[in-house]
Design a protein around this ligand. Structure first.
Ligand SMILES: [Zn+2]
Length: 316
């Protein structure tokens, strides 16, 4: 009974069987005109207090600030008209690493806020390093999947093909090489499908950006190792992918590789730079993707600017 209930009503486990049950392929594989979605990253419940107290690794028992910010994000999304097609959260949902003390409570508190998202705006979850660990294992990935759905999957919305990837398998697969292999095989199959189906665009979501600004930049905590990055970027570029939307950096950034755009969005939660807590609005037109990062205050008080709304309205 629990499984049936989860399939029907649980908004947190809609990614199952490597697809998103919120959208049926047969209804969604054809282009019907411009639409938009909302991308957020790193609510990372528990980081703000832990960061201030000089203990960024292990979390803390207080995360009221992140709860308020996530609530603000949900309220802003619920006010939008027309409604976005979905709300994707690009990883680091909570701060507590697998096995840490506060994890269960952080997860529950986050779900209590996210469940107020408009029922017509499906939630799409992407796993981050804090969700499955810097070097994930079968157990940490299984634990994540029970709470938030599959760690990688694909889905169609209005003629656009979306791929959600587990970037920890690119970052460090030393504890689960077979799972990395499985995602690689799956990704190749998906890219082959996309090629055959003549979709308008292919868009990727993952937590860790391949690079932050320049495809040749040095490797560090916030991007992927150069050879891994090169291989993925070349593969995605060859498959005709338009953009990779990411988080992890807690600052806005981005760049491009042979016309493939890497978009790095700042956090809903803790900021590590000069940006504000915010969300990115992504408008998909027949020719291109237009996106803009809005502060939560801006989005709550003014909504999306008219110029973007006009583009979306042209579908009518
Ligand atoms: Zn991260």
């Amino acid at each position: 009974m629990a499984a049936a209930a989860a399939a029907a009503g649980d908004p947190f486990v809609r990614a199952r069987g490597r697809t998103l049950t919120a959208f049926r392929r047969d209804d969604e594989y054809q282009w019907k005109g411009p639409f938009y979605f909302i991308q957020g990253a790193d609510p990372q419940v528990g980081m703000m207090k832990a960061w201030k107290c000089g203990n960024p690794k292990d979390g803390d028992d207080e995360w009221g600030e992140e709860m308020k910010l996530t609530e603000q994000a949900v309220q802003a999304i619920n006010k939008l008209n027309p409604k976005p097609k979905f709300f994707v959260l690009c990883g680091d949902l909570i701060h507590g690493m697998p096995g840490s003390q506060w994890r269960k409570k952080q997860e529950q508190d986050l779900k209590n806020v996210l469940k107020n998202t408009d029922q017509d705006v499906p939630l799409v979850f992407v796993c981050g390093n804090h969700d499955i660990g810097n070097a994930p294992t079968k157990e940490t990935i299984d634990g994540y999947s029970k709470s938030w759905g599959d760690d990688y999957f694909s889905f169609w919305v209005g003629g656009v093909f979306f791929l959600v990837l587990n970037s920890q398998l690119f970052f460090d697969s030393s504890q689960c090489p077979d799972l990395k292999q499985a995602q690689d095989v799956w990704l190749d199959e998906q890219l082959a499908v996309a090629k055959e189906q003549k979709c308008k665009h292919i868009i990727v979501f993952q937590h860790i950006p391949p690079f932050l600004r320049n495809p040749d930049e040095e490797h560090g905590y916030f991007n992927l190792k150069k050879p891994v990055r090169q291989e993925i970027m070349e593969k995605l570029h060859k498959a005709g992918i338009k953009a990779v939307f990411t988080g992890h950096y807690h600052r806005n950034a981005g760049g491009s590789y042979k016309g493939l755009e890497v978009v790095v969005s700042s956090a809903i939660g803790c900021q590590l730079g000069e940006d504000t807590h915010g969300l990115r609005v992504v408008v998909v037109t027949e020719e291109k993707l237009l996106h803009r990062y809005y502060s939560l205050n801006e989005l709550n008080s003014q909504g999306i600017e008219k110029e973007l709304l006009d583009i979306i309205a042209k579908q009518k």
